[in-house]
Design a protein around this ligand. Structure first.
Ligand code: SAJ
Length: 419
């Protein structure tokens, strides 16, 4: 078997490397020349635990080659972005163009798998019409399926192996061929269904999480007004065997949870009421957070404060700040006329004018530390190391990730989102 993986991002590259390190010949394709050059030099354009050494092995054994153009193969895996546009409609142009790009290389008996998360019916209505251009009989000569990726950034290699996998074929043969392929490294169960159901399942999973987080955020706001610590309350509620409330926070970022619910809304806006409300609730959290910053400063008699913002990535222990709620919090801080510096040990290139790689510089003359992501580095901080540099020792922990007793011992007044 030879596999051609189209799209070498957060999903495509780990997947390509996994197949290659299980003895499968893999050709990886990306339209970005810089990405291809880096990977062929065994260098990474993304951060993921374990990826570096696995990439080195994959290239050194000769099992993984990369270029900007597809090659003939037995299996094609498409793992390209499927974002939303400004008007929240699904942008399927990458899926369409990746499918078009493989058309000249496809041969009878090939299997084509879409891994990108897409609105239900995309395989049937977008991919199949493009693949019909090959002239091969769909479902007979060409097998097609959707096997949505379900791995979480930061734990990709563990989850690629251990998670159950959903495989939706356009027919039984397609589903079974896809299952046989992933069996090479998947230890979780592989569940077979049809392509449209698989698309629906994936979007449902992320929407479930979005709605649950929105619920937690609503509880956080209510708790603030009734004098309850929402974190304590959620922890206690979750001791119930049938309750699993997620955590509140400064917003929902990333390219999945904040995107996929819009796919369902676009399909059925009149029916997707709860989905829409949850999405807008979560989208309002950066504003709520910035207002809380302002209020906390005002309560201390500080009208034009300076804030040291800790965390730009969209969540803890990753290097990805695309669609990060932190960026929106900064925008609202600007609107409130609050000065800030930003510090994130995982974003090693300065991408913002306010960004510094120097912790002391970040906290120097600040009136507050605002924690927006739960990086391990923040949890392990020694408060005494920074305490002297601040003008006012306030800390607002929006992720409830710090050891508050230690910070209080160093003279800090600690506030929480949802308390
Ligand atoms: N967040 C909260 N509260 C929580 C959990 C998360 O505010 O209780 C925030 C995070 O801080 C972050 C955002 O939500 O800003 C999204 O983070 P996440 O950890 O929930 O999810 P992603 O986007 O990294 O990955 C999700 C996963 N989906 C599910 O857990 C159902 C992953 O398994 C998917 O593969 C991935 O989306 C994807 O690619 O679709």
């Amino acid at each position: 078997n030879k596999v051609c993986v189209v799209g070498l991002g957060y999903i495509g590259l780990p997947t390509a490397v996994m197949f290659a390190n299980h003895g499968v010949k893999v050709h990886g394709v990306d339209i970005n020349e810089r990405t291809v050059k880096l990977i062929s030099n065994k260098q990474l354009h993304i951060e993921e635990e374990g990826l570096q050494e696995k990439l080195i092995t994959a290239i050194d054994t000769g099992n993984l080659t990369v270029s900007t153009t597809p090659e003939e193969a037995d299996v094609f895996i498409i793992a390209v972005p499927s974002p939303i546009r400004d008007d929240k409609s699904a942008n399927l142009e990458y899926v369409r163009s990746a499918t078009k790009a493989i058309v000249p290389y496809v041969k009878p008996n090939n299997l084509i798998i879409l891994e990108s998360t897409v609105p239900p019916r995309t395989v049937e209505d977008v991919m199949i019409p493009v693949l019909e251009e090959t002239g091969y009989v769909i479902g007979e000569e060409l097998l097609i399926s959707h096997s949505p990726e379900r791995v979480i950034p930061g734990k990709v290699f563990k989850e690629l192996v251990q998670n159950d996998r959903i495989v939706g074929g356009i027919n039984k043969r397609s589903a079974e061929a896809t299952r046989d392929l992933y069996k090479v490294f998947v230890e979780g169960e592989i569940h077979l269904t049809d392509a449209t159901t698989a698309e629906m399942v994936k979007v449902m999973e992320n929407t479930y999480r979005d709605i649950n987080i929105a619920f937690a955020n609503e509880l956080a706001k209510i708790s603030e007004n009734v004098g309850v610590n929402v974190w304590e309350a959620i922890k206690l509620a979750n001791y119930h065997p049938r309750v699993n409330i997620h955590s509140p926070g400064p917003g929902v970022g990333g390219h999945c949870i904040a995107v996929d619910p819009w796919f369902l809304y676009e399909l059925q806006p009149d029916l997707a009421k709860m989905i829409h409300l949850a999405r807008t609730t979560n989208d309002n959290m950066p504003k709520f957070t910035a207002e809380k910053v302002k209020q906390t400063l005002v309560n201390k008699g500080i009208s034009h404060g300076r804030v040291a913002v800790f965390g730009l990535a969209f969540k803890g222990n990753i290097d990805d700040m695309r669609e990060s709620p932190s960026l929106q919090v900064l925008q609202y801080l600007d609107e409130q006329g609050i000065n800030y510096t930003t510090y994130d040990p995982h974003i090693t290139e300065n991408q913002l004018p306010t960004q510094t790689q120097n912790l002391q510089e970040a906290v120097s003359h600040a009136d507050m530390i605002l924690v927006l992501t739960d990086h391990n580095e923040f949890k392990n901080f020694e408060p005494a190391e920074v305490a002297e540099a601040l003008r006012t020792k306030l800390i607002l922990d929006t992720k409830n990730c710090l050891d508050h007793k230690r910070w209080e011992a160093a003279g800090f007044e600690v506030s929480l989102l949802g308390n």
